[in-house]
Each structure stands twice: as C-alpha cells, then as structure tokens.
Design a protein around this ligand. Structure first.
Ligand SMILES: Cc1cc2nc3c(=O)[nH]c(=O)nc-3n(C[C@H](O)[C@H](O)[C@H](O)COP(=O)(O)O)c2cc1C
Length: 735
C-alpha cells in the first residue's frame, strides 16, 4: 500500500475521531488563556523564601503554595474548618480572589482523553494519536511529492479549492500536529501504565523535635536559593504534627526540610521519564505559555478543516476512479496499457484506447504503471502517463520508473503517450523521462512519444490516426471525457463584432445563476470562478465540452466570454446563434496556473484576438490599481478591437496603466503584437527587471512568437520566457 492510500484510508476512518480530539483540544486550549487572564504571573527570579514570607502575612492558615503552569500563585489552606484556595499576588502577598479550577465542563476533558469510555477510551485516544502521527508522516511525504521537494515547499499550490485548502493548511500546521500527536503518545504511555515515571517510594523522614521553635520559611536556606520559576509546589509543615516537614517540589525534583533546623533531610531528583513527561505536557497543553495554547487551539480546530477538505478530495477523486471494463487477464492479452494518473482522467483515455483496440479484435489488459511487465502473449505495450509536481510521477507510480529501468528489454514495442499541461515548466516531463528510460533499456517503440496538452480529445484522436496507420488496422479514438454536472446560464447581453461577412465574433455575457444558499459548499450549481478560469460548454448534439477563457470573475456578478466563429464549429455556431434569454449548459474548470498571484508587482498582459478576454477580466478586477500594462494585437481596429470601450474606461480609471496596440491588417497599424514588444524592448526589459508577471493569451502560433520575441528582448537580463515560467512569473493560455 502506498503513502497516498495509507493517508486516505486512515484519514477517512480514524480521521473522523481525530476531528473530535482536535475540536475538544481546541476548546481545552482556552484554559491556559483563561488562567493567564485570571491572575498575574510571579516574577521569574523571586526567591521562594520571600514568597513564603508574604503569604504567611496575608494567609495565616496556609498549608500549600502552588506555582501554576500559567505562572500564577495559589495558596491552599483552611479558614476555620473551611478549605480555601486563593490566588495571591506574588508582589505583596495580598489575596486576589478565590481560585477556580477550570471553567470548562469536565466532560470535554474526558471526551478528549478517553472519548468518555474510561480506560478502554484511553487506549482508543492513544490509537487516534498514533494514527494522527502516521497521517502527519504520510502527509509530509505526499506534500513533498506534490510540491516537488523541500526547496519548493513554499511554492504556489495548484489544484481544486479543496486541494488548495488541504495543502496550504498542511504546510502551516503539519509540524504542530506532529508535535501534538507525539506528546499525546508520550502522555498516554504514562497514563496507560506503559511507562512509570517514578518507581521510587518517598523516604520516611521527619523533623527532629529539639524543643526549638519552627524556623520561619523566610530563613530556610533552600527556599532562599530557590526561585519561584523553578517551584511547583511547597507544602508547609502542619501545625498539629510536630514531626512534619516542609516538602518542596521543583522542576528538578523534590526535597524534605526539617522544620526546626532548616536542614534538607532528603532529596530525590526528577527521573528522566518524569522530565520527558513534563516537557510533553507543556508542549501538548500550552499551559505555561498562553500564546502557544492559542497556536495549539488553532491547530486543533484545523483538523476539522483537514478532514472536510480531505473528504471532498476523496469524493472528487472517487468520481474519476479507474473503472476499466472488459479487461483480459494479463497472460492472455496481446495489447497491454499501463496508466499513471493522479486525477483519474488518464484512465478515461486508457478505456477509450482499450475499447478501440478490442473493437479491432485485440485482447487488452489495462493496469497501473507500477505493474509494468510483458508476457509471452504481449505484442504491443502502451504507456499513458500524466505528470505532476515539478515534472514528477503521479503518486501511485512513484517507483515505476526505477522498476522499469531494472527490467530487461524485450522486442515488444512500447509507445508512450504523455498527458500534461503547457502551463507547467516541466511539460509532460514524467512521460519524457519514461520514454527516455525505455529507449535507454532498448525497448523499441511503435510510435514516437506524443504529449497531450490539457486532455485534448482532438490531439488524442490525431495520435489514434497515427496508431491506426502504424498497426495497419482501422482504429478510431473518439474520447468522450466524463462531463461534470452542468448549470444552465442565460444570455443577458451580447456585443457583436463583424467579420468580413456577417457576425464573426461576440462578447457574450451570461447572468450569474440563481443558486440557493450553501449550494457552493454542497458542490451544487456553478462553481465560483476567476477571470482566466475556463468555462466548459456542452453544445446541443454533442457530449464533448468546449472550453472558453473567462473574461470575468464570480465577484463581477456575471460570466463573460469572447467567442469567435470557428469554421464548422459546433459550439461557436451554437453560441453565436444565441439570443438574449437563451440558455447554455456550462460548468467551470479551474485554471490555477494562469491566475494572477496577489501582488503589487507590475503585470505585463499580452493578448491577441479573442485571447484578450481573460486579460480584460484581470484588468476589470484590478481594484488595487496594480500597474498593469496591456499589449493587444488585432487585425483591424474597426473590426476586432474587443473590449475597446471598456479598455479606454479602465485606462481612465487607472485599472490599466498603459495600452499598446498592434493591428496587422491596416497600414501603419504596427504589425503583430510581437512587433510592438520588440519596439518597446527597453520598457519591457525594465518591467521584467522590476519583477513583472507575464500572462500571454492567444493562438499557439502567437504565444510561440511572443515567447521567441521575449527571449530576444530579455537576453541582456540573462532571462528568457522559459526561465520566467520556471519562476512561475510567466504563464500562457493558448488555443
Ligand atoms: C497539482 C498539479 C500539478 C501538475 N503538474 C504538471 C507538470 O509539472 N507538468 C505537466 O505537464 N502537467 C502538470 N499537470 C497537469 C496534469 O498532468 C494534466 O492535467 C493531466 O492530464 C492530468 O491527468 P490525470 O487526471 O490522469 O492525473 C499538473 C496538474 C496538477 C493539478
């Protein structure tokens, strides 16, 4: 079982009970805070002898002085025959008021320590603490794997909202939760009798009655040399027993003092186990320092957040879990498909490939990549691999590469198909590493490595055509991704831009759908989105969604896209044919790699044609007036200067700092957007030198041209588009 499975199943099962311990722990953390407010702490270097003298003056019947972990002093004694416990001000000994043990109900403590189940519950709580420890260790392994190592631990977190919450909270509180579970285990070991803190019996000592009067506490050398910060408890000799002694308990141990001579009669050092236990208590409860108790309380409460986000992540992954149908047993299969997937979508592609091969008469076996092997019956092997982290393998396949590198190659061809996203600097790096390793081992390939961007069905179909040719068989790969639930969106406004003949492009604005309260939390309705995220639209007559970059965020109160008529395009024809009041079926797909980080750094926005849409969305939401500079490329300002009136307004409002345009089809229009960048080379260099973040949106050819231009412009700074990408300062949204 891998770390991910351990983490998932422990989290989903025992994690539920860990939530109870986390929340009760958070409640118990109030105690030290409340105690700190109740009474002042004693000055650290006050001699205990002085404290005894002050207490003796103000509390005549005092029997015991306790130095609480919070630092406060409490004196126990009798007034007449009434037991009393009072806070005492160590500065002058005056009584501050009665001592209250804890305002929290006892059952909260019992629930935390034993789940209200007595001794059996204590074992249960210890088991939960152990599970929490395992969850922390597995979380650390997964976190490092996901982020791509220690050095990238602080890097921006990508993924769904639940994934981001889980990872970001984990980065903040993981160490504290580790400490909490370790200290809980230490304390449990003592409570359950697995470790005995002190096996020694107390010595039988007594004061030697000589007829002399009691020596006052203020004159006892031991108490003069002992500071309050080290004191735990001081028991005064009883008035009715002449042989009674002083008993002092300190951080270092405990001692007994003759009441008449002031001599130390016996001393026992605290055992090593006792010291470890004391440290564990302090770290687990925060009782000596209320700010630490606050930190512990917040960490305890975060367990609920972990559990909730973890359940959502599991639920989302469950929906995409591999469910391969029609698998032939490995030994009989002539075609093998091995899959490496984190989110599950690659398994869907594997199923499509399996179905198509089966239709062609093949016996196919599909399995996870870590099971890579061939048999006597194998004729073809296909590896479908997604990339995660900084070019790493999906978690379940983390050892697959090493495993493959050790296998002896056979003559069976192995073809690799990578799945990735060009937003990431290490595009399909894992598939590339697999391909390299296979070739180095001497495995032949039926097809060269192909990398699929953003799960593109079209690209997969093209690979299918090449595969059919190579196999010499008719084979069609028509992949229909599982479409998430859609929401109906109603068109409220459209702005048309004429092409050479008829409307060719339009900015379409849809109303934010009416959704009941809590719909977002329940995962119903339209997910919240930011400009630059994608809206998936399923046109009538098709099950395959098309994706458009969003020109607005949910906070704008509407959903806006810019659509260009594609020749024969089913979805663009559908969208451009809409009238106000018509509806579409849509869902949101986050595009976190393209989102702008919260920062005051300059932003260089480069867009061509409808690619300006997400950039317009960024500018619209620039309430903080970060310096944003837009380079816009079009053909003809009278036809395709999308968002022109808004852009002018944003310039006037200061949301957009500067605008440079380039129109390629009009004389003196400035050429392409790359030409505008080249003309402004010095300024662009200056902005990048100031730390500018770059976002590019448009066609693949345009993005390629921009990257090449920027490589030349930035060369004097020893920078390039790919270097900026690696630093997460440069992202593209290409179509
Ligand atoms: C957190 C995260 C990290 C990713 N890292 C990379 C990466 O480094 N390189 C890459 O090409 N794609 C990366 N991707 C994109 C995925 O590889 C791509 O979406 C793939 O199709 C997902 O397949 P799966 O659903 O089977 O896991 C990443 C995606 C996520 C959510």
């Amino acid at each position: 079982m891998g770390w991910k499975a351990i983490h998932r199943w422990l989290g989903l099962t025992v994690g539920t009970l860990a939530v109870v311990l986390g929340i009760t722990g958070a409640i118990l953390a109030f105690d030290p805070v409340q105690q700190a407010w109740q009474a002042p702490a004693a000055p650290a270097n006050l001699p205990v002898a002085t404290l005894v003298e002050r207490v003796a003056r103000s509390v005549p019947g005092a029997e015991e002085i306790r130095h609480l972990p919070s630092g406060a002093i409490v004196v126990f004694g009798f007034a007449g025959d009434q037991p009393q416990a009072s806070y005492v001000d160590p500065a002058d000994g005056h009584v501050l008021g009665p001592w209250q043990p804890s305002a929290l109900p006892r059952w909260v403590k019992n629930l935390h320590r034993s789940l209200l189940l007595g001794d059996a519950g204590r074992w249960g709580a210890a088991g939960i603490a152990l599970t929490m420890g395992l969850l922390c260790v597995s979380a650390l392994v997964l976190l490092l794997r996901r982020m791509g190592g220690w050095r990238r631990l602080a890097a921006r977190v990508r993924g769904t909202l639940a994934q981001r919450i889980h990872v970001v909270t984990g980065r903040v509180v993981l160490a504290i939760l580790c400490i909490t579970s370790l200290t809980a285990l230490t304390m449990s070991a003592s409570t359950l009798g697995l470790v005995t803190l002190d096996t020694r019996t107390e010595p039988e000592v007594f004061s030697v009655v000589t007829g002399k009067p009691d020596m006052p506490g203020a004159q006892l050398a031991t108490l003069q040399n002992l500071q309050v910060q080290d004191l735990r408890k001081l028991s005064l000799p009883g008035a009715t027993d002449p042989e009674d002694t002083w008993k002092v308990v300190t951080v270092q141990g405990q001692g007994w003092i003759d009441r008449y001579s002031g001599q130390m009669l016996a001393w026992q050092d605290a055992t090593f186990a006792q010291r470890i236990y004391d440290l564990a208590v302090v770290l687990h409860t925060g009782e000596t320092a209320w700010p630490w108790a606050v930190v512990l309380g917040l960490a305890g409460a975060s367990v609920l957040l972990f559990w909730l986000s973890g359940v959502v992540i599991w639920w989302q992954a469950r929906g995409q879990a591999p469910r391969i149908t029609g698998n032939t047993p490995l030994a009989q299969a002539d075609a093998l498909i091995f899959v490496a997937s984190e989110g599950g979508s690659t398994w869907g592609f594997a199923q499509t490939l399996q179905d198509a091969l089966m239709q062609g008469g093949h016996r196919v076996h599909t399995s996870a990549l870590e099971n890579f092997q061939t048999t006597a019956a194998t004729r073809q092997v296909f590896v479908l691999a997604a990339t995660y982290g900084e070019g790493q393998a999906p978690a379940h396949a983390s050892h697959a590469l090493a495993h493959i590198a050790k296998l002896k190659a056979s003559a069976v061809p192995v073809s690799v198909l990578g799945f990735g996203d060009r937003q990431f600097p290490a595009f399909c790096a894992y598939a590339k590493a697999l391909d390299q390793a296979l070739r180095a081992q001497g495995w032949p390939a039926l097809l060269p490595l192909e990398c699929i961007h953003q799960q593109s069905g079209q690209q997969f179909a093209r690979w299918g055509v090449a595969l059919a040719q190579a196999l010499g068989e008719p084979l069609v790969l028509e992949h229909v991704p599982r479409v998430p639930p859609t929401t109906a969106l109603t068109l409220v406004a459209r702005q048309d831009y004429s092409g050479a003949s008829g409307p060719a492009t339009a900015i379409l604005r849809f109303a934010w759908p009416a959704q009941g309260p809590g719909a977002h939390l329940r995962g119903h309705g339209l997910a919240r989105f930011e400009a630059g995220d994608l809206v998936g639209i399923v046109p009538p007559g098709s099950a395959v969604p098309r994706y458009y970059s969003l020109a607005s965020g949910w906070k704008d109160g509407f959903l806006e896209i810019c659509v260009r008529q594609m020749p024969g395009g089913l979805c663009s024809t559908h969208l451009l044919g809409l009238h106000e009041g018509d509806s579409i079926a849509a869902f949101i797909r986050p595009n976190p790699g393209f989102a702008l980080p919260r920062s005051r750094r300059p932003v260089l926005l480069i867009g061509a044609g409808t690619g300006v849409a997400p950039l317009a969305g960024f500018i619209r939401r620039n309430d903080k007036r970060s310096p944003m500079h837009l380079y816009f490329g079009g053909r003809d300002p009278s036809r395709d200067f999308y968002f022109a009136p808004e852009i002018q307004r944003w310039l006037a409002e200061g949301r957009l700092a500067t605008l440079q345009t380039a129109f390629s089809r009009v004389p003196g229009g400035g050429g392409y957007v790359q030409d505008a960048l080249r003309r402004d080379a010095e300024r662009v260099r200056g902005l990048v030198a100031q730390g500018a973040i770059v976002r590019v949106c448009g066609s693949r050819a345009m993005a390629q041209g921009v990257a090449e231009t920027l490589d030349a412009v930035l060369a004097p700074l020893q920078l390039s588009a790919s270097a900026l990408k690696a630093k997460e300062r440069y992202a593209e949204d290409v179509f």
